[in-house]
Write a protein that binds this ligand. Structure first.
Ligand code: UD1
Ligand code: UDP
Length: 357
């Protein structure tokens, strides 16, 4: 059994870290292909090193560029590798341009396609991620869904009539949070070096917030105000950094470079609140018992909102400040299990082996 896994962006390295380990212990041969979508040391190689992800056999070095340009280059490069590696199946994660390129390359060559983190929907077709995930789901042969909501989304789209297998696997990011938490306690020094007792952890990088200057300005204005009450710390994505500096936006809060996952876990564990437009961080806030304010108009992780762990603030300054005030002192327990029990990677490895046996 030989799998070829396509990764390219930060959250995919984190997901692959736990799933690749499981493939290895199940005796599955895995060839890793990195598209090069993320390429800075602190956006890419830090994860491979500290999470002990196997070195990719291929790196296409497709660095940045417009959607069509970069997705097209990835597609051509992945196709070439698939033709020479001839894997039994291709594995893709999530909803990035690397996901779509890997999915298309595999499907056009009639190689079975496995989509991990399938079935999520924001119902906002202007999001590049929504386009990527809908197209990838539709052509996948095995769809691993992290939540019952994701399964239900596929059912409503008629997936029971398609020739594919749908599995409720739980969320591999829960596996990662559990697996790396103690390593992070041992290795990360970030809390001591920042020396902050109480702070709000924030990340912003989604295109709807960084390509839209009005949105970014009102988010920054809210964070500047919140920082007067509780210190705000932002590991800044390079995309956001570029927009901030190109437009001379003034930040009163603390900005640091993007950090590795082990540092991020410490930042999460010690935070008073998380404010983010990240998909992954919304869930990690919950994994580490923190409330979350989401800087978007909708979320794919609706169960967090239903349970009151997350609130959708939108992007107006007043909406964000109001959501901060509501969530900063909230004390609800985090005792409901929403994303499985940390065994999603094992379910995935076992199901793939069974499917191809
Ligand atoms: C991508 C995903 C998004 C995901 C995010 C994870 C798509 C359409 N979007 O968004 O779903 O949430 O990754 O972080 O695939 N850049 C650097 N160095 C890097 C990486 C990026 O400077 O290592 C800069 C470049 O200017 C690049 C820009 O960031 O053009 C955007 O990068 P890109 O990968 O296209 O999109 P993300 O915003 O990272
Ligand atoms: N992350 C990280 N360092 C950072 C910011 C994020 O390790 O400086 C991790 C975060 O903990 C989560 C993942 O990156 O596991 C989320 O990725 P991102 O927000 O870039 O993408 P999304 O989840 O929105 O697709």
């Amino acid at each position: 059994m030989k799998l070829l896994t396509v990764v390219g962006a930060r959250p995919q390295f984190i997901k692959a870290a736990v799933v690749s380990r499981q493939f290895k212990s199940a005796g599955v041969e895995e060839v890793l292909l990195h598209t090069g979508q993320h390429y800075d040391e602190n956006m890419s190689s830090v994860f491979f090193t500290e999470m002990q992800i196997p070195e990719p056999k291929y790196n296409l070095s497709v660095k940045g560029g417009a959607h069509g340009y970069s997705t097209g280059h990835m597609l051509a490069g992945i196709e070439e590798v698939l033709l020479s590696e001839k894997p039994d199946a291709v594995v893709v994660y999530g909803d990035t341009n690397s996901t779509l390129a890997g999915a298309l390359a595999a499907k056009k060559l009639h190689i079975p396609l496995v989509h991990i983190e399938a079935g999520l929907r924001s119902f906002e077709m202007r999001m590049p991620e929504e386009v990527n995930r809908i197209l990838t789901d539709r052509i996948s042969d095995i769809l691993f869904c992290p939540t019952p909501t994701a399964i239900e989304n596929l059912r409503k789209e008629g997936f029971e009539h398609f020739d594919c297998m749908i599995v409720n696997s739980g969320d591999v990011m829960q596996d990662a949070a559990l697996f790396y938490a103690s390593l992070s306690d041992k290795q990360s020094q970030i809390s001591q070096s920042l020396g902050l007792d109480k702070y709000v952890l924030c990340t912003v990088h989604r295109s709807e917030n960084t390509d839209n200057l009005d949105n970014l300005q009102s988010i920054i204005s809210a964070l500047n105000d919140i920082n007067d009450q509780t210190p705000v710390i932002v590991p800044l994505h390079p995309r956001t950094r570029k927009t901030v500096y190109d437009n001379g936006l003034k930040l009163n809060f603390k900005v640091i470079d993007p950090v590795g996952y082990l540092d991020m876990v410490q930042l999460l564990k010690n935070a008073s609140l998380v404010i983010t437009d990240s998909g992954g961080l919304q869930k990690e806030a919950y994994f580490f018992g923190k409330h979350c304010v989401t800087l978007r108009e909708q979320t794919e992780w609706t169960e967090l909102v239903t349970h009151g762990y997350n609130t959708i603030a939108g992007t107006t300054s007043s909406g964000i400040i109001q959501a901060y005030s509501e969530m900063i002192n909230k004390t609800s327990g985090f005792d409901v299990s929403l994303y499985g029990n940390g065994e999603a990677s094992q379910v995935i490895a076992d199901s793939i082996l069974q499917y191809f046996s």
